[in-house]
Unconditional design. Structure first.
Length: 274
């Protein structure tokens, strides 16, 4: 049985398994936080180039976030010591910034979450580094299409499984693997909350979407098979077959007649080429 909880915008919230339902003030807060996440990713567009270190990109994310009155939600989260996650090529998610330099032909996911006035704006985007092979560009394009097909299913009365079914159908039609080990999640005052939003599912299953729900949709799509493994650092997830992986993420809120995407790019830079 699914439990929903209507919460006030300033109410202390616990990760207790309930799906939080929010009102207009919370939507306004998420709108601001989501826009800042998108603006941060927009500002990275000209900086993800051959020769740059992922640590330099992380430094930029931290400075941009702080300069705009927010803090990076990942900084210190469960011991994580960086302001974003940067995942290159076969890294599926949670790649740790370092002195590694980007190389011509890399594909890179950067995942940012500014915490602004108590609200989390969670978004990630793919970046193409230099001259990227066609098969990698195609993977990135299809992954973005998967995200937007999932967003298209986010509406009141539908089920969360409808999102995963739409994503899985499109990915597998292109002979790509859909990662099962990681999923989208509820978000708002809490960084990670109920519900889980899986990216491979049967239509008509899962909790019903109702107005006031906030959650992320963040499909991870592999050029090869779907299984992943976690490295010894406890964070970095990679494809088991070392095939390329891509991911896009938006944060959405369910409205009376559909959904609002809080993390759309103000400049229209939601997918490469930028």
């Amino acid at each position: 049985m699914t439990n929903y909880q209507t919460v006030a915008p300033d109410e202390t919230q616990l990760r207790d398994g309930t799906i939080k339902l929010h009102g207009p003030e919370a939507f306004a807060g998420m709108r601001r936080a989501g826009r800042l996440a998108a603006e941060n990713l927009d500002a990275l567009a000209g900086r993800v180039v051959p020769g740059v270190t992922t640590q330099a990109l992380d430094d930029f994310v931290r400075e941009f976030t702080l300069d705009n009155g927010a803090v990076p939600a990942t900084l210190g989260y469960r011991g994580y010591a960086h302001s974003c996650c940067i995942s290159i090529n076969h890294v599926v998610c949670h790649g740790i910034p370092s002195e590694r330099t980007l190389k011509d032909g890399d594909i890179v996911n950067i995942d940012v979450t500014p915490l602004l006035d108590g609200w989390h704006g969670d978004s990630s985007r793919m970046f193409l580094v230099g001259d990227v092979p066609l098969k990698a560009r195609r993977l990135v394009d299809v992954t973005y299409e998967c995200l937007m097909l999932g967003v298209g299913q986010a509406k009141p009365g539908a089920r969360l499984g409808d999102i995963g079914a739409a994503i899985q159908r499109h990915a597998e039609a292109n002979r790509y693997g859909v990662v099962r080990e990681f999923c989208g999640h509820g978000v708002g005052r809490l960084f990670h909350d109920a519900p889980e939003v899986v990216h491979a599912a049967k239509a008509g299953t899962g909790p019903e979407m109702v107005p006031g729900m906030f959650f992320t949709i963040e499909p991870m799509i592999n050029l090869g098979k779907s299984p992943v493994k976690l490295l010894e650092d406890g964070w970095t997830a990679v494809t088991r077959d070392r095939s390329l992986s891509a991911q896009f993420e938006h944060t959405v809120g369910i409205t009376e007649d559909g959904c609002e995407v809080f993390t759309l790019s103000p400049k229209g830079l939601d997918k490469p080429p930028y």
